[in-house]
Design a protein around this ligand. Structure first.
Ligand code: CND
Ligand code: ZN
Length: 372
């Protein structure tokens, strides 16, 4: 029996309060309104940005259904939707692409400007209810639910043959890292790169640096357990800042003969953002901020670092225009142009979401994929 047009009751992981476990609840998911799409989720990765909301490092209104790295199948569509139809395999997009705004029309930019009210659909309301209370959406995606509703500008159709339990990583972690190397930094052949943070996003930066032909890729992490995988994916050396007496940017400058060509901060800390900028070579070094900084905090740096020719940049989703890039990246994955399997260390049933977050927090996992 078709569920189109009806409220669906299903399970979702609700975060009621900061610093508390997720609670698996029965929620009601309203039918999609005009230009909205309801998706049956098949798989979702766990990204540190989701955990940043739990800890309060990243702000979004609570209670909320988190998750922004998912893949699923369209269950039903609202009036006027033309981008997808029921049965299509899709990836929800945490950066939309409306195609009409000034930013979408800019050839290089990707931060589509329709301003999503934090925690709701484009129209300012929510489609989730639990125990009679409205539950907020997160990043236009909310993939930690058996069913979710997204705006048409925040969804794209992908190849019908794509394995959703793998390509869900193309919803966030992989493009964010890979694009930061190939598109934002524009890593050049023969260059030296330093990657701070060797989680799912940092390892994807390494895959991008290698694809761009970097000669040296130095991984930096305080968890030595991350080094073997980083080397498997292309890091030529890995160092732990805790093994040195001096600041890590000095160590990197010595290792690289004056500074690296490209550096990436893929942790989300102010001190490592400053270290990553400082380890770049004067006159031409480029440093890219990928990690999400703690909410409302400022970073003080010596502007002489920029005056003397270093470039400091940052980007969401690896600078990729989401609707244009996601289906192409899925096709590239299917053509074996890059791997995703090494990034997926754990696969758990969705109900075990709290176990998945414990694995991330203890540094034991790269990506845990939850399946529905
Ligand atoms: P994950 O937690 O898996 O990796 C971070 C790594 O950093 C871990 O291996 C840690 O051991 C390491 N680390 C922690 N502290 C330090 C330190 N002081 N020095 C060196 N290494 C350290 O996170 P992830 O890979 O899922 O995400 C990384 C960041 O990227 C995180 O801040 C996340 O919120 C952000 C991000 C950004 C975007 C974007 O669009 N720019 C999208 N998704 C995630
Ligand atoms: Zn993410």
């Amino acid at each position: 029996m078709s569920t189109a047009g009806k409220v669906i009751k299903c399970k979702a992981a609700v975060l009621w309060e900061q610093k508390k476990p997720f609670s698996i609840e029965e929620v009601e998911v309203a039918a999609p309104k005009a230009y909205e799409v309801r998706i049956k989720m098949v798989a979702t990765g766990i990204c540190r940005s989701d955990d940043h909301v739990v800890t309060g490092h990243l702000f979004t209104p609570l209670p909320v259904i988190l998750g922004h790295e998912g893949a699923g199948i369209v269950e039903s569509i609202g009036e006027g939707v033309t981008a997808v139809k029921p049965g299509d395999k899709v990836i929800p997009l945490f950066i939309p692409q409306c195609g009409k705004c000034t930013i979408c029309k800019h050839p290089e930019a990707n931060l589509c400007s329709p301003k999503v009210h934090p925690g709701t659909m484009q129209d300012g309301t929510t489609r989730f209810t639990c125990r009679g209370k409205p539950i907020h959406h997160f990043a236009s995606t909310s993939t930690f639910s058996e069913y979710t509703v997204v705006d048409e500008i925040s969804i794209v159709k992908i190849d019908a043959a794509a394995p959703l339990e793998k390509v869900c990583l193309i919803g966030c972690g992989f493009p964010t890292g890979y694009g930061s190397a190939v598109k934002v930094a524009k890593v050049t052949p023969g260059s030296t790169c330093a990657v701070f943070g060797l989680g799912g996003v940092g390892l994807s930066v390494i895959i991008g640096c290698k694809a761009a032909g970097a000669a040296r890729i130095i991984g930096v992490d305080i968890n030595k357990g991350k080094f073997a995988k980083a080397k498997e994916l292309g890091a030529t050396e890995c160092i732990n800042p805790e093994d040195f007496q001096k600041p890590i940017h000095e160590v990197l400058m010595e290792m690289s003969g004056g500074g690296v060509d490209f550096s990436f901060e893929v942790i989300g800390r102010l001190d490592t953002m400053a270290e990553a900028l400082s380890c770049c070579h004067e006159a031409y070094g480029v440093s890219v901020i990928v990690g999400v900084p703690p909410v409302s905090q400022n970073l003080s740096v010596d502007p002489m670092l920029l005056l003397t020719g270093r470039t400091w940049k940052g980007a969401l989703f690896g600078g990729f225009k989401s609707k244009d890039s996601v289906p192409k990246l899925v096709a590239d994955f299917m053509a074996n142009k890059f791997p995703l399997d090494p990034l997926i260390t754990h696969v758990l049933r969705f109900e075990k979401i709290n176990e998945g977050f414990d694995l991330l927090r203890s540094g034991k996992s790269i990506r845990t994929v939850l399946t529905f």
